[in-house]
Every structure is written in structure tokens, then in C-alpha cells.
Design a protein around this ligand. Sequence first.
Ligand SMILES: *Cc1c(COP(=O)(O)O)cnc(C)c1O
Length: 428
Amino acid sequence: MGQGLLASCYHREGDALACEGVPLRRIADALGTPTYVYSAASIRSQYAELAAALAPLGAHLHYSVKANSNLAILSLLRSLGAGVDIVSGGELHRALVAGFDGRQIVFSGVGKTRAELAAAVAARVRSVNVESEGELRLVQAVAAEQGAVVAVALRVNPNVPVDTPHPYTRTGEHGMKFGIPHERIVPAARDARGMPNVQLVGLAAHVGSQITDMVPYETAADVLLALRRAIEAEQLARISVLDLGGGLAVPYDDEERPDLAAYTSALRRVAEEPGVELLVEPGRFLVAESGVLLTRVLYRKRSGGQEIVITDAGMNDLIRPSLYASHHRIEVVERHGGDPIHANVVGPVCESGDFFARNRAMIDAAPGDLLALRTVGAYGYVMASNYNSRPRPAEVLVDGDRFGVVTERESYEDLARRERTTPRWMES
Ligand SMILES: *Cc1c(COP(=O)(O)O)cnc(C)c1O
């Protein structure tokens, strides 16, 4: 299910690219460029497809907020029934503003501060996914201060190699900063048992992102199940939640869609274990395909035999191509019989790394033409910066025939709002 619906979220009406019932041209005319556009129908469709696949497993779906933390998107996913997975105090704040209850929140992250943990304990989050022995001790101290007992899951580094498109999206191998090495999990559970304000309830693993081969999920699930048995054999804790993290891939070009049947069959061994609840934390899968970045061509030039298309969006707006060598399809929003060309599509930022595509086959685009960079709904706007003092773009949600701003475009005043020409000198 879902595929037909998903395809229709972005479609051509004649020569013009539209998002659901709204031609992208109308959004650019009303709000300018660069602008991120998200299709609500796409998010609903991806959520429905995944929720249906997971329903027989009784799994709990916690959306990974870092993929796209816009309040309107959080609110949409909340209305669909999702919980959230957060990695910072800022994401906790957003989740609470979007209406999530603490019981719908799990808190991951390798470097949580005392203040972040205190806020999470105060919000009564469902669990803190602890990534080191030091963090476990800090959770105990913070919970004791508040007279609370905090549910904790230990994040396991399962030492599972995964084949993701870029090394920066691998997280589950030894020597990486994430999680507690699996051979130290049982000792950590012994530590937790001596902590009166910590209740160890779960084990978690997140092996990486943009995963298409489901074997790493099977391996991670087996590691968690074995550790659960070891912990329960020593009667250190009752482990009732196993969290398999996120990582499901989406197609950025013409790759296959992830095989959800293979995904759920990899997870079934967890769901079938008596007394265990399965939890998953998808991010990219739910939102990536919902988004496009609308940008206008400013200039064309030729250099060294290379066609160059210069857009009004830059790496500060979308850093994925420079950071991960990611591929994003680029479409001319209104085709008017342009010839095919091979071009470098680049932004205005003063860096050679400021590109969206190199030597890309595309329809010729002239200054003034609108382009849509596809599949930017995840890890797009959330990674935007103000480099080169460029205000961050607006974000727009489309729902049927309507579109509405969900983040205003930054202004020049916004850029300098927290700065001073003379320092606010501190007493020494
Ligand atoms: C980033 C992250 C996710 C989501 O990953 P996706 O690849 O976007 O699905 C889930 N869990 C944790 C702990 C993460 O850090």
C-alpha cells in the first residue's frame, strides 16, 4: 500500500511540478526562495505503511525528531499516533511544545548534560537510553535529586558492521562513540541494580542510517536478546523493552524501496519473545520523501567546458551533498522544452564544497527558472546554518489544496539579534 499515494504527492500537472494540489510555482511566488516544502499526504502515507507493517508485531513507533523537528511535522506525527525519540534538551522542548507527553518520549544521545537529564526526569520521559557508565551514574544522581525513579534502557554497541552509503551514517561498530560495548552491558546492569533511583527496563541499539540490507537488524536483535537473557539469568532486572532504533532507507534516485516485509521479519524474533515490547525509532523513512527544496536559478556560466547552474540555495540551506556526498534528484519545476545538459548545480556560498550536484544530466535551466531538489524532508532544514550570513529558508506544509508557512524565513534582524557591537563585560 501507499506507493501510488506517495507517487502522487509530487506530480506533474501539464509541464508544472505540483505538491499534492498546489503547483510549486505558487509557493515560490507567494513566499520566495529558497523554501522547504513538505507534503502532509506523503508523511501520512509513509507512517501508514510502516505502522501497518509493524502492527502484527505490536511495536511502538517513536519518530526520531532529529530528522525533521518542525513543530507542525511533530504535531502531524503525534496526531497519527507516533511517539518520539529525542537526542537533546532542545528536542525535548520541541516535543513538549508539540503536545507529546513524557510517556511518549525516549531520550537517546551520546552526550547528555546534567541539565538535559534533569529536564527529561522532570518531564517523566518513558526512558532514558543511556550510552555510558558515567551517564548511568549521572542519571542516578539527577533522579535522586528529584526524588524520582527513572526508567532506563542501556544502548548497546552491538559491533554490527553495516553497509550504508557513507561512513558518517554508521553507528554500531566497536570504536565508535555510540553506546556501551556489548561485553560491558551485564556489568552496567549490575551497576544499575545498586542504584535506587534507576530502573533498568530495556536495551537499545541503533546500527546506522539509510540501511537497505536487513541482516544488521537481525544481528542487533540477536545481540539484544542474548544480553536480555544474561541480565535476567542473574536477576539484575526485568528487561521488558527492546529498542531496535531507526535507520530504514528511502530511495534518493532509482534505488529499490526498503523491503518492509524483510524488515519486520528481522524484528519478529524480538516481538515474539514473551514479555518483550518492541520499540523502533524511524526518522528518515517517515519524512525524507515528503520534502523538496525550492530554489531559483540566479545565473548560468561555463567554465573549463563545464556548464554551471548557480542557485539561490546553498550548502548552508542543504548540506547533505557536501557532508555525505548524497544524491538528490533535481527537477526543473516548469519545463519549457529545455535541452538536456550536464551541469554542476552550485550555491552562492564561498566554498568549493557548496554544490548540490556535479556533472548532472538535467533539463537546461535558465536564470529565473525554479528547481526542486527532491527528497530533502529528512536532515535538510534541521542541518541548515547561517554561514555567509544567509538567513535560513522558510518551511511550508502542503495539505491537499492548501499550503501554509510552518517556519518563517529568517530576516537580517534575526541574524544579528543576539549579538552586540560592544561586549556585555562580565564582573571578574
Ligand atoms: C538518528 C537516529 C535515529 C533515526 O535514524 P534514521 O536513519 O533517520 O531512521 C534513530 N535512533 C537514534 C538513536 C538515532 O540517533
